[in-house]
Structures are given as structure tokens and as C-alpha cells.
Design a binder for this molecule. Structure first.
Ligand code: UDP
Ligand code: MG
Length: 312
């Protein structure tokens, strides 16, 4: 019987500083995967349109070791799209794929535990980083607060999980059935279901090179996470419209009372009443339009209605 194939998918953008070390470590991991789990393990580098020596290095690795594969994107499309490109290829060529960043901030040795959990029948194994003991209370609170906020707005994600995970072929195939172009993979994968579990690890500092995710890109990623996943913000407009109309009722009563007791300056009551009411009405109207936009939004994504896990 052929051994099952596992591909480690590594998106790389201008990573010449780390790639030598990354390749060495990941090949060691592949050796262990073969020894301990009888897997045919390989690495797939996805060069996300780098301008440095990244692709030349990948070609050199592939020439010296048959377990190394590469895909070069024609231009820089961002981490999520590069990862998708890799997973798409892995869904065709392997029985499972592990995604990991090129800088090895996520412990590559945790892949062994992931493979083990996969062998035990899990389709998705999430890498979850331990709470960093060195993190300040403030850092932890803001991070936790952000996850809660995201969740409240309908972007359901697993706490402390980034894009370090294993997916079986059938989970990959279910993911590939999502036709949308705006990707927020950690949310999309989380919505798949299938038997899944978590593996814990410590996240370290980048081994070399610098982060390709400055704060601005991080914020836009967070915003994407909400807007590419949920129409709940649109519904919030409806609610706030209703709230404002309610407030306008109070304003009407207050205005009338002030007016009849003669305390109000002439003209004040009518202005204050229409101000609140019109404000509330406009919000409600925008919200209703938003509801329809939300419907259009989820229809144009044309996501599959369901994925079957088992049938007997
Ligand atoms: N990356 C990519 N395309 C980009 C930006 C980043 O493929 O446009 C890759 C990068 O090479 C790395 C991973 O995405 O493997 C995560 O990037 P980085 O480590 O810079 O992000 P951070 O860990 O600082 O959030
Ligand atoms: Mg990093």
C-alpha cells in the first residue's frame, strides 16, 4: 500500500533571509513524519511574487531534494491568496496539507502532533498558541477583546489560532468549493465543521527577516475578517435606527411637556422632535437597504449549501 501523502504548504513573500533555515528544519520534520507516522511528507513553497532570491532558492531546494515543490505566483496577491493557491494544489496532490508561515514563528515540530491527530481520524487540526506568559495583561486583554468583538459581529474564529493547521483532503475539497474571492481562511475553515481538534504550541519570534504585516495591513485584515464573513454590521444599522426612533418618542414627550409648560423657546420643540425622528427614520431606511445588500452579498458568494461528512 502506498503511504499517505502530506504536504507542508508555505507561503513566502521576500523570505530569502529565512528560507535556508526553514527548509532545513522542515525537511527534518518531514524525515520524522516518515519515520514516526509512515507518511510521504513533502514541502510546497508558494512564492507570492517575491522580488528577491526566494524563487531561485526554492528551485535550488527542489533540485537537491525531490520532496520540495514550488509554485510561483506571477505577482504579489497577499498571504491568504498565496495560501489558497498552495492548498488548491495540495488538494489535488496530497491526502492532507499543513499550512505554516515561512518564518517558523509557529513551532514546526507541532506538525508531528497534528499528523498524529489526523491519523486518529480528525479532518482538521488547529494549531493554537499558548497564551504567552511574557505578554502584558494589556496585550492579552486587547487580543481577547478583539476576538470577542469579531465574534459578536459574526466573524467566528478560534481564539489564538492563526493559519497554522492541518486539513485532510476531504476538508480541503470542501474548502475549495467556496467560490468567493475575498478570503478570510481562518473563519472559512472554522465554519466547515468535520471532526477536528487542537494542538497547542508556543509562538516564537521571527528567526530572521522582518514582518510583512505592518499595523495598517493588520487592521485591514481584521476589517476583511468581519466584512467578508458577516452581514451582521448591516443589521446593526437597523437596530440602531429602531433605537433612535424610540429615543425620538422620548424626545417628543419631553418636547411637548416643555412646550406646554411654556419653558421652551419658540420653535425648539418642533426642531428637536423632527431631528430625532428623521435621524432614526433615515437610519432605519439605510438599514433596510442594507438587509437587501446583505442578501445579495451572500447570494453572489454562491457558497455550497452544505458538505456531507458521512452517508450510509
Ligand atoms: N506573506 C505572503 N504574501 C504577502 C505577505 C506575507 O505570502 O503579501 C507570507 C510571509 O512570507 C509569511 C507569512 O505570509 O510566510 C506571514 O507573514 P509575516 O510573518 O510577515 O506576518 P506576521 O507573522 O508578522 O503576522
Ligand atoms: Mg510571522
Amino acid at each position: 500500500m502506498n503511504n499517505r501523502r502530506l504536504l507542508i504548504v508555505v507561503p513566502c513573500y521576500n523570505e530569502e533571509a529565512v528560507l535556508e533555515e526553514t527548509n532545513r528544519v522542515l525537511l527534518d520534520v518531514c524525515d520524522d513524519l516518515a519515520k514516526k507516522h509512515a507518511l510521504e511528507a513533502g514541502i510546497l513553497y508558494v512564492d507570492d511574487g517575491s522580488h528577491d532570491a526566494t524563487w531561485a532558492m526554492v528551485k535550488a531546494f527542489a533540485a537537491t531534494d525531490a520532496r520540495v515543490h514550488g509554485t510561483k505566483l506571477a505577482h504579489n496577491r497577499g498571504h491568504q491568496q498565496a495560501l489558497w493557491a498552495g492548498l488548491e494544489r495540495a488538494a489535488r496532490e496530497a491526502d492532507a496539507a499543513v499550512s505554516i508561515d515561512a518564518d517558523l514563528q509557529d513551532d514546526p515540530w507541532a506538525i508531528l502532533q497534528m499528523a498524529e491527530a489526523w491519523t486518529k481520524g480528525n479532518d482538521i487540526v488547529y494549531g493554537v498558541r499558548h497564551e504567552r506568559k511574557t505578554d502584558t495583561l494589556f496585550k492579552r486583554w486587547t487580543a481577547q477583546g478583539f476576538y470577542k468583538f469579531l465574534r459578536a459581529l459574526g466573524g467566528d474564529v478560534l481564539y489564538n489560532h492563526a493559519d497554522f493547521r492541518l486539513m485532510s483532503r476531504r476538508a480541503l475539497e470542501a474548502l475549495m468549493a467556496f467560490p468567493e474571492r475575498n478570503l478570510f481562511l481562518r473563519g472559512m475553515v472554522y465554519s466547515l465543521g468535520f471532526p477536528h481538534t487542537e494542538v497547542y504550541y508556543d509562538r516564537t519570534a521571527r528567526i530572521a527577516g522582518e514582518s510583512k504585516y505592518p499595523l495598517s495591513r493588520m487592521l485591514s485584515f481584521a476589517l476583511d475578517g468581519i466584512t467578508s464573513f458577516s452581514v451582521r454590521p448591516l443589521r446593526l444599522i437597523v437596530y440602531s435606527g429602531l433605537l433612535f426612533i424610540l429615543v425620538s418618542l422620548c424626545a417628543i414627550i419631553y418636547g411637548l411637556v416643555s412646550w406646554s409648560s411654556g419653558r421652551a423657546v419658540p420653535g425648539w420643540a418642533s426642531i428637536i422632535v423632527s431631528l430625532w425622528f428623521i435621524g432614526g427614520f433615515i437610519l432605519l431606511a439605510i438599514g433596510i437597504i442594507g438587509e437587501y445588500v446583505g442578501k445579495i452579498y451572500s447570494e453572489v458568494k454562491r457558497r455550497p449549501r452544505y458538505a456531507v461528512e458521512e452517508a450510509i
